[in-house]
Each structure stands twice: as C-alpha cells, then as structure tokens.
Design a protein. Structure first.
Length: 178
C-alpha cells in the first residue's frame, strides 16, 4: 500500500525554523526512520476497513512504538552526554576526566546512528538537561556541592552535544574547580 502513496509531506521544526520535506517512503525509511514510522502509522490508520485480516490499528501502534523507541534511545544518549559534560566541568580535578571523555565519544557515535532531523526536533534539550540533573543526584554524595555549582538551565547546545567527526568538543578544563 505504500507504493500507492509515493510521497510523504511532513513538517519538521528544528533550530528555529519549520521545513517541509517531501520524500518517497523508501528514501524516508533510509534517512529518517522515526519520521517513516510516524508516517506509516498515520497511513495505516487512514486505511478503510476491508475484508482482509490486517489489524491496521494495532500494526500502526506497533510501528509507531518502534519510532518512539528510537526517540527514547536518542534522548537517553543525550542525557548521559550532558551528565558527563557537567561532571567534567563542575566536579573538580579528582574525577577521571579521560574515562568520562571516552564514554562521551562512544555515546556520540551511538547518537550519530540514531539522530535524524525529526528526532532532533523532538529531543527537548531542556527536558534532557533536567533528566541529566536527576542522574547527578547519586554522584552528589561523592562530589559534595556538585549540583549547587551547576546552572539550573541547559547551557550546552545540540552542536556541542553531538560534536563533529573532525573534533570532539568537551567543556573547558579551566572551569573544573573543586
């Protein structure tokens, strides 16, 4: 049935602008799995009931759930990267900086495999920052006063979190005071 709908039109809000994308289902599947799952679920829900035995509503829900799983994976990776940024920048020189940086690089590589425009638009960076602060509650016992030194609002950009293939960005070392 996808072949009967050759193009998908959808809007993506990202970095302060809304872009309308037109893509074939095959291209969309390859380039933006999350958007593809949302589109396919919507198309399944629009199918008129027929004599076939396709359970379109439940199939649509399962396809949509696959996309939500991709989104949650990206959100989790961003939360852990932010958590480690904060540890690097605010926990003091006694923390294992190289270990934290190595984990950040690994998570960035995983995020690179998952991050698409539509997922980027749904990341909710302030929400991810709040979640990262919650992750820091436990290390607070080992690093007294850590959360008191951290700004309440996200001050890292998505570009810093994702970084690039040429160089990995990390918080400045000079800010790491005990």
């Amino acid at each position: 049935f996808v072949r009967n709908v050759p193009y998908a039109v959808f809007q993506i809000a990202s970095r302060g602008y809304i872009a309308t994308m037109i893509a074939s289902a095959d291209i969309l599947y390859e380039r933006d799995f999350y958007a593809w799952t949302q589109q396919q679920a919507e198309l399944l829900r629009r199918l008129s009931p027929t004599s076939n035995s396709i359970d379109a509503q439940n199939v649509a829900e399962e396809i949509e759930a696959l996309g939500r799983s991709e989104l949650r994976s990206a959100q989790s990776l961003v939360e852990h990267i932010i958590e480690h940024f904060i540890k690097l920048e605010f926990s003091g020189p006694d923390q294992p900086a190289e270990h934290l940086k190595n984990e950040i690089v690994e998570w960035r590589l995983q995020l690179e495999k998952t991050l698409t425009r539509s997922i980027e638009a749904k990341l909710d960076l302030p929400g991810r920052y709040t979640a990262a602060l919650r992750l820091l509650r436990r290390p607070e016992r080992d690093i007294p006063g850590l959360l008191g030194r951290v700004p309440p609002d996200c001050f890292y950009s998505l570009g810093q979190i994702v970084s690039g293939p040429d160089a990995d960005w990390f918080p400045p070392e000079h800010a790491r005071e005990p």
